[in-house]
Design a protein. Sequence first.
Length: 76
Amino acid sequence: MRTQPFVFAALAALTAAGCSHPARTTAATPAAAASTARVATPWDGDLKALARAKSVQNVIDRQAAQQRRQIDAESH
């Protein structure tokens, strides 16, 4: 008859251990990685086009400066 409290305590401990969650690390969870990922916006296409236009303008400016230097070198 003395085994009943022991069995009850053992079952309670096993139940509590079985229901507990393992320790989670923030780097291992996919949700943490997804929260740092960039979210697409409606302006992404416009920003990409603007960056491309600035890049093209920089190329044109460099070519114009090079051409000016060549003209100055030939005229002197």
